[in-house]
Design a protein around this ligand. Sequence first.
Ligand SMILES: [Zn+2]
Length: 72
Amino acid sequence: MPNPNYYSYITGFRGSRKLKIGEFTFTRNKATGLKTYWSCARAGAHKCKARVVTVEDRDVIVKCSQHNHPPY
Ligand SMILES: [Zn+2]
């Protein structure tokens, strides 16, 4: 299990911003004020419930760390 606190921002195709935490990739859901809400990039395909909130691109709050699929 990689360090769950390791994260980085990546830019995907068409300039979409993504958040990588460990081996998992998250896509941006919505942004309200200082907070940005992310859901697992596989949420649609796997109905994965993993969720993350970032505050000012700095603090990462893991709302649900359970993925129901292998990391990719
Ligand atoms: Zn997931």
